[in-house]
Write a new protein. Structure first.
Length: 349
């Protein structure tokens, strides 16, 4: 990877490499864009196979946060951070050392909880910096709000693609049963959807089977199920040249970040196959909306009004894509980049 060329092409303002030898900390903070405000993005702890993989991930995730905030009408920029470590090696000293690096940015970057970090971990980071959100979980944490946002996105996609407003009787394949995936299964079950699920953790899949009557399938089988909706809720890059030919779903609507391995190529392949794709950074914005409202002073009614905007934004994206004969991915980018360029977020009343 050509570091400066890659950073320049993706439009990042700043990339900070954090190293504390004594505490074995290796982390990368990527600030993509601050036109709309301070860069906001959670921190992910992951045992990346290489530092190049970690950099590639944080650059893509941070760019996605810029578009996510813009499409969600949040007056914040986009950033992201990754800590390169095994979860079992996580400790308070490492987290606090990371917090000091966050603090050194003086509010240009505001972070919170992502993969392999808990609210308690966030509280450790908070001991070194005030620029962290999600430590109090006033609204119950980001996962339930993310799942509700995905449900709203599924409803919007079903209305646009199938011309119906009722989910009853539809079939949905949920890939990944973490906190978001499990909450989504609960909501879909309440809407009388027939569920198919897969996860690398067999116990999580069995739990969904017991609670909601879900059919458990092997991880490799989830792609070629003859279902109405495929909902990726695990890690990214799973929509690619190998999996797209297997897909039979009419709609892709899930919570995972960076679902498309190659955004331009694979969004076009989905379009050519007649599959409606819900851009991930739009449909999964519920978690960001949640922590933003905690940051400004949580009021449940305002937070849920804001969350409901995901439905209308996706319908706007689908309509723009259809009228301009572009993909939903390209339409979402247009909307986001227009708001970023104008630097006048609509905000939430």
């Amino acid at each position: 990877m050509k570091l400066f060329e890659t950073v320049s092409e993706m439009g990042h303002e700043q990339v900070l490499f954090c190293h504390d030898k004594a505490r074995n900390l290796k982390a990368i903070i990527a600030i993509h864009n601050t036109n709309l405000g301070s860069a906001m993005g959670a921190t992910r702890l992951w045992p990346y196979l290489s530092e190049a993989d970690a950099l590639r991930d944080v650059l893509r995730l941070s760019r996605g946060m810029t578009y996510k905030a813009a499409c969600a009408n949040i007056p914040m920029g986009g950033g992201k951070a990754v800590i390169i470590a095994n979860p079992q090696d996580k400790n308070d000293e490492l987290l606090r050392a990371y917090g000091r690096f966050v603090n050194s940015l003086n509010g240009r970057f505001i972070t919170g909880q992502d993969v392999n970090l808990s609210p308690e971990d966030v509280r450790q980071i908070y001991k070194e910096t005030q620029y962290v959100v999600g430590r109090s979980e006033k609204s119950g944490g980001p996962a339930p709000m993310t799942a509700m946002g995905v449900l709203l996105g599924i409803k919007a996609a079903v209305e646009f693609r199938m011309q119906q407003t009722n989910l009853e009787g539809l079939t949905v394949a949920v890939q990944g049963l973490g906190n978001v995936g499990q909450n989504l299964c609960k909501h879909l079950h309440e809407h009388k959807v027939k569920l198919f699920v897969s996860d690398i953790d067999a116990k999580k899949a069995e739990k969904m089977q017991q609670l909601y009557g879900a059919t458990v399938v092997e991880s490799k089988e989830i792609y070629n199920l003859d279902v109405d909706i495929f909902s990726p809720c695990a890690l990214g890059a799973i929509i690619n040249s190998s999996t797209i030919p297997l897909l039979k779903a009419k709609i892709i609507a899930g919570a995972a970040n960076n679902q498309l391995e190659n955004e331009v190529l694979h969004s076009r392949l989905l379009e050519d196959k007649g599959i409606l794709y819900c851009p991930d950074y739009v449909i999964n914005a519920g978690g960001l909306i949640n922590v933003y409202h905690e940051m400004i002073g949580y009021e449940e009614e305002k937070a849920f009004t804001h969350l409901n905007s995901i439905y209308n934004t996706l319908l706007q994206i689908f309509s723009l894509a259809k009228s301009q004969e572009i993909t939903p991915y390209e339409a979402a980018q247009k909307i986001a980049e227009n708001r970023i360029m104008n630097a006048q977020p609509l905000g939430v009343k």
